[in-house]
Design a protein around this ligand. Sequence first.
Ligand code: P5A
Length: 475
Amino acid sequence: MSLPSKDNFSEWYHEIIQQAEIMDIRYPVKGLYVWYPFGFRLRNNVYKKLREIMDREHDEVYFPTLIPETELRKESEHIRGFENEVYWVTHGGNDPLDVKLALRPTSETAMYPMFALWIRSHADLPLKVYQIVNTFRYETKHTRPLIRLREITSFKEAHTAHKSFEEAEIQVKKAIEYYKEFYDFLAIPYMVIRRPDWDKFPGAAYTIAFDTIMPDGRTLQIGTVHHLADNFAKTFGILYEDVGGEHRYVHQTCYGISERCIAALIGIHGDDNGLVLPFEVSPIQAVIIPIPYKGKDEVVREASKKLANKLSDLGIKFVLDESEDRPGAKYYKWELKGVPIRFEIGPKEVESGEVVVSFRDEKRKFKAKIEEISSEVISRWASEMRERMRKKAIEMMKQKLVYPKDVDGLKELERNVAVISLCRNRECGEYVEEISKARLLGWLEETPWWVEVKEVDSCIVCGGKGSLAVLAKSY
Ligand code: P5A
């Protein structure tokens, strides 16, 4: 079975998810999918990095999946935002429950009543926790593996509580830095965008999102950071006693990332031959392919074994492919899986103590002395590859960006992402959405170097004071 061209992104994505054995999409419930072992290994490698970052200053916790309706309904904005997306558990066996239980769509209303019990004095602050759990959202838009799920299987949610609005704001900035580090590690470019006030997380004071651009020109929100101010604290009675003995409400933040990070990894870096994965997260980091030659099979096999032992010693996850397939079929198979480094050994290489090396993201092949392959060499290869992947991704994104200077320029956005100058008034925001038939993602918090306008003009609708805003068709 061959992959469709990536130019037809939607079909390509649908196929690669299955052919590379990331997810089995045949599960008989809409919006729910099964992780294959290979996909789950990739997921675990990526989440290992996320955990490593979180563990620096958060404690890991686990809160229950079920939330009583009474708690979920307490914060009025929050429930208004999630009302239509909640799955309800109404029965235990045949008995109707006294209080309906929600399958968590996110865990604010599970955690915060407990925070009210945990937090007593200023000495209990700041509180910083995270969990990686499944959450459920009855999504009505088109569901898609890893992108729009009804069971999000890998929801990393962090929740923090602080003494003041300002301290919480410092945490927002830190969270943004953590997410930048995470996405830089995956070589996924992003825009950090402040959502319009009318499109923020339900219950938040403001929302900052990470958006990336997929190859079809649609943006994907791959993470969000919310400043909750004391909105939830007032609802759930989360108070602390300050040094002077006064009782005050805490200020909170929360921020989340889901397996959409894997969707971005696959969608942005992959090519017509399959996955292209960064070395650090690839379930298989290298493959050794012996190139047999009549009469020389034995020496080729020995040399391949020697290289295999070496890679084992270096702690690299590799496959020595001694199957009966022809080399071409082997290349095809491991390219589909995104294996970053390929080693080929034939009789010539055996004689010179060398190996032919190639990287998944480029056509070039070169020879290296087996004895010179070390941890340092491998990590240099890995970081050079990551750099090339990042550059290529940025090039792709640059090509999707357009910079309309007036409202007429918004009419034919098609598969493009528009960066415009816009004021923060809702009327102007809704007007550009209407004209462009696209979504106003919000205003750039910082301008990535690859966004080519730096100077800000006046609002393209009303002529008032503008800032750089992003309009796009989004997933
Ligand atoms: C932050 C963590 C929250 O839920 N509460 C705790 C806050 N924010 S959010 O924006 O609603 O979700 C966080 C991120 O999860 C991804 N996401 C999804 N991924 C897959 N399928 C879905 N149905 C889905 N819904 C949200 C987004 O990346 C979002 O930024």
